[in-house]
Design a protein around this ligand. Structure first.
Ligand code: HEC
Length: 305
């Protein structure tokens, strides 16, 4: 919750423990104040919540703990590693859009969604239909930070494409925005059976609200600097080592220290070396590797201001 959008009266209630954050009525009140980062509520004339919309900030921004745990200043570009995307989606009253798309029953969809856990999301499940890694483990991908992208060539952990490419991918095919996205690679029936079937490789939503926004969004994203990593949290001498640590964290190998994106150039530490198999990387259209930013220690959130 963004503490800057809370009026004093709400802050006092929060301090006094009088606001029940598990009460849906209070959630609605906070949505009205635009205090829930990345979530926009749409209300009817009587003030009743009709629908909600999600923004990129839902996953790619978070808040510090300056006011209370999970209530503080907005941190744009910081990965939201507390957010349990799969659990939230699994609670949707109607899972039919997903069961129809994937051709499986609701219990299977729920099982997959609940396998990801906090800080992960499988942005390719609705293209490749691969719910689990080959070793049977969950295939959710760690949400990367969205800062420090300037100078990095291919984006996503596995190098799907440029920033605007991926922005339009997410806007049109993940967040259901109306507009254009096209990638012929995703029409490959072997690699992307679900996208080939659904036509998601060639999204032409009307009106087209995405393309015109890509340039400004790209400019903004490249301008978000990586915060200075606290000393002792990364290996200054040996960026190769750091890269491996990043990869280690990504593929759940022992990770000696939390590592921060330290302004490095793209790296080609091989995902084969760390056995990286996310839902995306198994079926990566562009077989390359890319290390995105490092991670903050999610349980302790120790770097958050
Ligand atoms: C539900 C969570 C979620 C939302 C919402 C979301 N993303 Fe992401 N984003 C991810 C995950 C997970 C990845 C990693 C994908 C991968 O590597 O397969 C990612 C990767 C990215 C990357 C690549 C970053 C890098 O370091 O290479 C960019 C750029 C990006 N997202 C932009 C956006 C934009 C723009 C939006 C809104 C239109 C958005 N994302 C919405 C979860 C999300």
């Amino acid at each position: 919750m963004d503490s800057d959008s809370l009026p004093d009266s709400i802050k006092q209630q929060l301090k006094a423990g009088k606001l029940d954050l598990n009460d849906p009525a209070d959630t609605v009140a906070l949505l009205k104040l635009n205090a829930v980062v990345g979530v926009t509520g749409f209300f009817d004339q009587d003030g009743k919540l009709r629908s909600v919309g999600l923004q990129c900030a839902f996953c790619h921004s978070t808040v510090g703990d300056s006011f209370a745990p999970r209530i503080g200043k907005r941190l744009d570009g910081w990965a939201n590693r507390d957010l349990n995307v799969g659990l939230i989606v699994s609670l949707a009253p109607n899972l039919k859009p997903l069961t129809d798309l994937l051709g499986v029953d609701a219990d299977t969809v729920k099982k997959v969604l609940n396998s990801w856990g906090p800080g992960r999301f499988d942005a390719e499940l609705d293209k490749d239909g691969k719910a689990m890694r080959p070793d049977g483990k969950q295939a959710g991908t760690l949400i990367p930070p969205a800062f420090g992208l300037a100078g990095v060539n291919l984006h996503t952990w596995t190098g799907f494409g440029s920033v605007p490419y991926w922005n339009s991918y997410v806007a049109a095919t993940e967040l259901n925005g109306s507009g254009t996205f096209f990638d012929a690679r995703l029409s490959n029936k072997e690699q992307y059976p679900v996208a080939a079937r659904s036509g998601a490789y060639n999204a032409r939503g009307k009106p087209g609200l995405i393309t015109a926004k890509l340039a400004a969004l790209h400019f903004y994203q490249l301008a978000v600097p990586a915060p200075t990593p606290p000393s002792g949290t990364f290996d200054k001498e040996n960026t190769g080592q750091s890269t491996l640590r990043q990869q280690g964290e990504l593929c759940e190998l022992p990770c000696p220290a939390p590592i921060h994106r330290a302004g490095k150039q793209p790296s080609f530490a091989s995902r084969d070396r760390c056995g990286l198999f996310s839902g995306g990387s198994i079926a990566d259209p562009h077989v390359s590797n890319r290390t995105a930013g490092g991670s903050l220690d999610p349980p302790e959130r120790r770097f958050l201001p």
